[in-house]
Design a binder for this molecule. Structure first.
Ligand code: SF4
Length: 341
């Protein structure tokens, strides 16, 4: 079942610094801070729209535990009537690693927060510093250890392609994040938004974001790395929204970024499967029906690429295949062909 969040956006308020890539100070200057009343209204509306009981009320956007305490409690109190049977399953929040301590965690537990997501972004202190995160990798480890003393679900977010990142440092961060054994991960390749320091650096030629193809290749690898370790990747790529589309200056943004990563994984798998086969023969390449569009690729591009490589294939769905399973069968002019997977 697809997980649903009732998103309540809490902008920059309370952030002690200004990260190089973040324009929330800019955004929050144009928005009224969300009130308890507004948070309750959003929940009420979601109930009326029939959003399922498994949905969580999600305070996203800023550093929830770093906003003024009174406001944080007002928001948490306002949504309490919407948690429980016939309503929503709990609350999830996102915050900075240095916005976590024992007292905060006890408070969050008391107010039925189920999941905490930490903005890790990088596990390289030089990169964290260069991007003005205002915390270190040690803060991340400390926060994770504290959170693990409680029954919270732990999510970690990371941003490949920050200023100063190299493929090596991004891979090292992915490994370090996996070693922290979070329940979930979100991968947000860095996008240059207007009103940020990164935008100034980009415009001055001092920062080069990842190319889309490079970001897809890296994030596809990271997806596999986390999944192999049983860590669920709940988001890859920024959520498609008008705000992002209007404010983006550069960087590897695509409204279906996750689908591009899935396509890449399937393409690599297909090549592996096909490489032993006789290119003079025709084949059917099968995948699970839900993966058909990812395997074919946007506008049929992956099928084209396979054709260009000399493979005479037709891509078809096969209900008995699951997940990313693929199988291939020779097209026989007469009789049946053999299948391998
Ligand atoms: S901590 Fe989060 S909200 Fe605050 S400036 Fe950095 S990215 Fe923006």
């Amino acid at each position: 079942m697809k997980h649903q969040n009732i998103a309540i956006f809490v902008p920059h308020l309370g952030c002690p610094n200004q990260c190089s890539f973040c324009n929330q100070r800019h955004i929050s200057g144009q928005q009224c801070p969300v009130t308890g009343e507004e948070a309750a209204r959003i929940c009420q509306e979601a109930l009326h729209q029939g959003v399922g009981e498994q949905a969580e009320i999600a305070f996203f956007g800023g550093s929830f535990t770093a906003i003024p305490r009174q406001q944080m409690l007002e928001l948490l109190t306002a949504v309490q009537p919407y948690i429980g049977e016939g309503k929503f399953s709990g609350i999830r929040i996102s915050t900075r690693p240095d916005g976590i301590d024992e007292e905060i965690l006890q408070l969050l537990q008391q107010y039925r927060v189920k999941a905490i997501e930490l903005g890790v972004q990088s596990m390289d202190d030089g990169i964290l510093q260069k991007n003005h995160r205002g915390h270190t990798a040690a803060h991340v480890k400390e926060a994770v250890a504290l959170i693990r003393k409680y029954p919270f679900q732990l999510g970690l977010q990371f941003m490949p392609g920050l200023d100063g990142d190299t493929e090596e440092s991004m891979r090292a961060t992915a490994l370090a994040v996996a070693e922290l054994r979070p329940d979930t991960v979100r991968i947000y390749p860095t996008i240059v938004l207007e009103g940020t320091e990164l935008a100034q650096r980009y415009q001055a030629g001092l920062y080069r974001p990842l190319e889309l193809e490079q970001a897809v290749r890296l994030c596809a690898d990271f997806l596999l790395l986390f999944e192999e370790q049983g860590i669920r990747v709940i988001r890859t790529g920024l959520h498609a929204s008008e705000t992002v589309e209007n404010q983006r200056i550069a960087g590897p943004y695509h409204p279906a970024f996750r689908e591009l990563c899935e396509s890449r994984i399937l393409y690599t798998k297909a090549l592996e499967l096909l490489k032993e086969l006789d290119k003079t023969k025709a084949y059917h390449l099968f995948c699970a029906p839900q993966r058909l569009s990812a395997l074919i690729g946007q506008g049929g591009c992956q099928r084209e690429r396979l054709l260009e490589q000399g493979y005479n294939i037709k891509i078809k769905p096969l209900p008995e295949l699951k997940g990313r399973e693929l199988s291939v069968q020779e097209v026989q002019r007469k009789g049946s062909g053999s299948r391998c997977s």
